[in-house]
Ligand binder design. Structure first.
Ligand SMILES: Cc1cc2nc3c(=O)[nH]c(=O)nc-3n(C[C@H](O)[C@H](O)[C@H](O)COP(=O)(O)OP(=O)(O)OC[C@H]3O[C@@H](n4cnc5c(N)ncnc54)[C@H](O)[C@@H]3O)c2cc1C
Ligand code: FES
Length: 271
């Protein structure tokens, strides 16, 4: 059995500038790394350290991996300085991934904020690859400003797919923007979706997840139909170090995508 502490070397083949603060790293691992949408990996910068990220690429292409990363601190700042050609390390995948088996014949409401659209893009790749995996897909995506929107090159093609709608929003009015303005929660006010036939899946900053979850409950979603990506600080990724627990759950093993029904009674589960 493979030692989960030993990273697989992966050559950085290209770096895509998504926004001034977000880049996508296109990696070619020395061996295929099969993963399910929503599972995460530990990406190692040799000599510096590692950090957890959820691949943003298609789970159907395990011989390559794209990871979309917001610059926030030590490891991510260094990653943003790298150019194609260097070798990084990948451990994993860890976690359970999205509960795709539940989505059959259901509408999937995908709610992303900022770089939170990255793990969700992997889910979208899965759903678009296997259209029978679910019913319709409704994507709501919030960013601070137009310049900070991830994957702009793909928005139009997503929205043009049969059964898929894509609505972006920005927090405040901006010159040249004629789309929706307001926090992503404002896109959830008038949802024309059957609450008993829809699963909501959200990923973004912790504060966004909290308000999105409250809003979904407010507009009638049962807790069993709300999933949120709890991408909190993690270390081992394997349920050993105890760094990531929420109640009796280890986010690295039982998540990071948690059903709200499972955590709703845990004090401060939403931060
Ligand atoms: C399962 C999982 C999946 C993730 N997927 C992605 C992804 O696809 N793309 C992406 O850009 N980021 C993702 N993250 C967040 C990413 O792991 C952190 O941004 C990264 O660890 C920061 O490392 P650093 O060394 O650059 O920052 P540090 O120097 O360690 O910290 C800088 C600042 O960022 C804060 N921070 C560190 N880790 C996190 C975190 N997990 N959540 C919120 N704040 C944090 C610190 O508290 C500090 O304020 C994910 C996290 C987890 C747990
Ligand atoms: S990260 Fe170590 S127990 Fe979850």
């Amino acid at each position: 059995m493979k030692n989960p502490f030993v990273p697989v070397p992966a050559v950085l083949e290209a770096v895509i500038d998504e926004t001034p603060t977000i880049k996508t790293f296109c990696l070619k691992p020395a061996e295929p790394i099969p993963f399910r949408a929503g599972q995460f990996v530990q990406l190692e910068v040799p000599g510096l350290g590692e950090a957890p990220f959820t691949p943003s690429s298609s789970p159907f292409e395990p011989d390559r991996m794209e990871i979309t990363i917001l610059k926030t601190g030590l490891v991510t700042n260094r990653l943003h300085e790298l150019e194609a050609g260097v070798t990084l390390g990948i451990r994993g995948p860890f976690g359970k991934g999205y509960p795709i088996h539940r989505f059959e014949d259901q509408t999937v409401l995908v709610i992303g904020g900022g770089v939170g659209l990255a793990p969700l893009r992997s889910l979208l790749f899965h759903l678009f690859h296997e259209p029978e995996a679910c019913g319709n897909v409704s994507i709501k995506y919030g960013s601070r400003e137009p310049a900070e929107m991830c994957f702009k090159r793909q928005h139009a093609s997503w929205g043009e797919r049969p059964g898929v709608d894509f609505t972006p929003t920005i927090d405040r009015p901006a010159e040249g923007w004629d789309g929706h303005v307001g926090l992503v929660t404002t896109l959830l006010d008038d949802l024309d979706l059957d609450r008993e036939k829809t699963y909501a899946v959200s990923c973004g900053p912790e504060v966004m997840l909290r308000f999105v979850t409250w809003k979904l409950l407010d507009v009638g979603f049962p807790p069993e139909r709300i999933y949120l990506s709890m991408n909190r600080n993690m270390s081992c990724g394997m349920g050993i170090c105890g760094r990531c627990n929420v109640g009796s759950y280890y986010l690295c093993k039982d998540g990071p995508d948690m059903c709200y029904a499972d955590i709703k009674d845990v004090p401060y589960a939403l931060g």
